[in-house]
Design a protein around this ligand. Sequence first.
Ligand code: PMT
Length: 413
Amino acid sequence: MSEISYMSKASLQRVRVLLGMTGGIAAYKAAELVRRLRDAGAEVRVVMTESAGRFVTALTFQALSGNPVRSSLWDEGAEAAMGHIELARWAEEVLIAPASADTIARLAQGRADDLLSTLVLASSAPLSVAPAMNQQMWAHPATRANIDLLRQRGVRVLGPASGSQACGDVGDGRMLEPDDIVQGLLQARGPRPLDGLSVLVSAGPTYEDIDPVRFIGNRSSGRMGFAIAAAAIQAGARVRLVAGPVSLPTPAGAERIDVRSARQMRDAVVACAADSDIFISAAAVGDYRPQTVSPAKLKKSGNALALELVQNPDILAELAAMPAHPFLVGFAAETNDLEHYAREKLERKGLDLIAANQVGEELGFECSENALLLLWPGGRDELGKADKGVLATALVERIARLHAAARDGQARA
Ligand code: PMT
C-alpha cells in the first residue's frame, strides 16, 4: 500500500500561523504542535473556542506561543481596535487543530458566531483543518458532506489518522501527529507537483435520451471525479472539469463544462485535449445510446418494447489515437476480476495509468469512500479503502510522478 509521502522543500520561517483550537481530547496534542510550528520557524498565535478551554488552559498556549491567547469575540480590550479583523489580516496561514465535527459543520455553514469562525470568514489566508473525532462521527454522512464541501472550497484537510481512539473505538478520526500536521502544511506551501500543468478531468454519468422524459443513465454521482479535480487544483494545476449531469458544487478554481450525453462529453473533451497535459477520465460514460430518440413520449402498448442501441464513441481510445495526446489516465469500474479486466483496458486503450475500482453494493458508485488498484506499464499500487478526497490526493500525487517521469524520458529520447 502506498502512503502520501510528497516531501516539501518549503519552510515556515517567519510565516504567521493562526492556530485555532476547538473542543476535543486531541487538544492536548496542540501544545506539541505549537512547539513543532515554532521549531519550523513559524510565528504562532492561538485562538481557542470555549470548548477547547474545557480541555486545556490558555496559559499553556500563551507560554508556548509567546503570544496572548484569544478566545472571545467580546474581549473589550482587544476589540477596541477591531482586534479580530487585525488578527484575521495578520494570519498568513490559518490552521485549525484539532478540528471537531461541530467546528467542521460550522465552517461548512459559514457561521460567524464566535471568534474562531469569524476569523476564518474574515481572513484571506489559506485554511487547513486537522479533524479529530470519534470514528462514527467522522463516518457520519453529515460530516462526510461537510468535509466534501470544505474540500470543494479549497480547504486543505490534513488527516485524520486511523487507530485506537480515546473513547476506546478503533478507526478513522484520530488527529494527525503534530509532526505530520507541520509536514502537511509545509507540503501545501511548497512547490506543487502539478504547477504550470493543465489537467482535464471528466466526471459523473452520461444520460442517453430515449424520449423527452426517459433516458439511459448510470449510478455515478461524480464525487470521485470532482474530488480529483479539487486535488489537482491543490497540486497547482489549471483544471477543466467536464461534468455529466450531477448536482455537486464546482471545486473552487475549476473551469466547469456541463454536458449530458456521451457524445457531448466526447466533443467537450476533444475540444480541450490539445492544450491539456493530463486527461483523467473518471466519468462513467455510457457505452450505448438508443439509435433513435423519439420526439414524443413513448406510449405503453401492452407489448414488450425493444430499444435498438448503437455504440457511443470511446473517448479515451480516441484521444490515445491522436499523434500528440495528453498523459492518459483511465478508470475501470468492474464487478469481478478487477485486475484482469483493468489490465486489459490499460493495454487495449493505450493508457499511461488505470485506476481500477470494484463497483457494486455500496462500493465505488455514489458512496463517499472507494478503494483503487493502480496499474501502469511496469508498475502497480493499491490505495486501500478511504474517503474519495483522500484517494484523489494520493492518485494525483502518483499521476504527477508518472507524468514527470514520462516527460523526462521524452526529453532524453
Ligand atoms: O461518480 P462516483 O459515484 O464517485 O463513482 C466513481 C466511479 C465508480 C464512476 C469512478 O471511480 C469510475 O470507475 N469511473 C469509470 C467508470 C467506467 O465507465 O468504467 P469503464 O470500465 O466502463 O470505462 C473505462 C474507461 O474508459 C473509463 O475511464 C471511462 O471514463 C472511459 N470510457 C468509457 C466508455 C466510453 N465510451 N468512453 C470512455 O472514454
